[in-house]
Design a binder for this molecule. Structure first.
Ligand code: HPA
Length: 235
């Protein structure tokens, strides 16, 4: 077992889906996987392994923000041998053309994260957090087969959900072609580069930041199901 995951070696698959919410991990496992086993419940951050169309797949809750996802992804890769990791989560949209329930394939992530700065920022280097080309390709192929439209774009992984300067920052980000904001992709992609494993983010728009519109619980559920199908077929 690692510090935050109580699985035994071999209990976690090389292919891992990463929802932020541990109860969503349970939902994915119970809805889509067969022969499911819960391998960890340390801090209630649930993780499950099961079978999906002949592939062994794990689903691990990560919590919110870069420090939290970093702990789980580090341990998944370094202790349990995870090789293909897809974050499945929500994002806010700052672009009027990216609407509620739309699905985003995050090919890269800008960030203001202190974690990123603490690695290479001291040398004046801003690290390009990019998803793996193979997983982008596989996710686009899966979405096309399912006939679900997706937008491939860059996300902003923010350290702050409640940000006093959100309006100014988001307007500037949109000018540079970044239409959505969440909190975890940049750290996941950075660890993918660090440990030479494949990573991707697939996101569903859950709130329009400037409109203050948000999905109902039911709308969320349906949109999330599409995102999960893409992720499971791609991984
Ligand atoms: N901000 C940051 N993270 C998010 C948001 C948001 O508006 N929506 C979903 N994740």
């Amino acid at each position: 077992m690692s510090t935050h995951i109580s699985a035994k070696p071999g209990e976690i698959a090389e292919r891992v889906l990463l929802p932020g919410d541990p109860l969503r991990a349970k939902f994915i496992a119970e809805t889509f996987l067969e022969d499911v086993q819960c391998y960890t419940s340390v801090r209630n951050m649930l993780g499950f392994t099961g079978n999906y169309k002949g592939k062994t797949v794990s689903v691990q809750g990560t919590g919110m923000g870069a420090p939290s996802i970093s702990i789980y992804v580090n341990e998944l890769i370094q202790f349990y041998g995870a090789r293909r990791l897809i974050r499945v989560g929500t994002c806010g949209s700052v672009d009027p053309e990216l609407r509620l329930k739309d699905i985003v394939i995050a090919q890269a992530a800008a960030t203001d994260s202190g974690m990123s700065r603490s690695r290479l920022g001291q040398y004046g280097i801003s690290f390009p957090a990019i998803a793996s080309f193979n997983l982008i390709k596989d996710a686009v192929t899966a979405a096309n087969h399912l006939d679900y439209p997706v937008r491939i774009c860059t996300t902003f992984s923010s350290d702050q959900f409640y940000d006093d300067l959100a309006e100014q920052k988001y307007e500037l980000l949109l000018r540079y072609g970044i239409p959505c904001v969440e909190m975890e992709c940049a750290e996941l992609f950075t660890l993918g580069s660090r440990f030479d494993v494949e990573t991707l983010g697939i996101l569903t728009v859950s709130d329009m930041i400037n409109d203050e519109k948000a999905c109902s619980a039911e709308e969320r559920e349906k949109a999330f199901t599409k995102m999960m199908q893409i992720a499971l077929d791609a991984i």
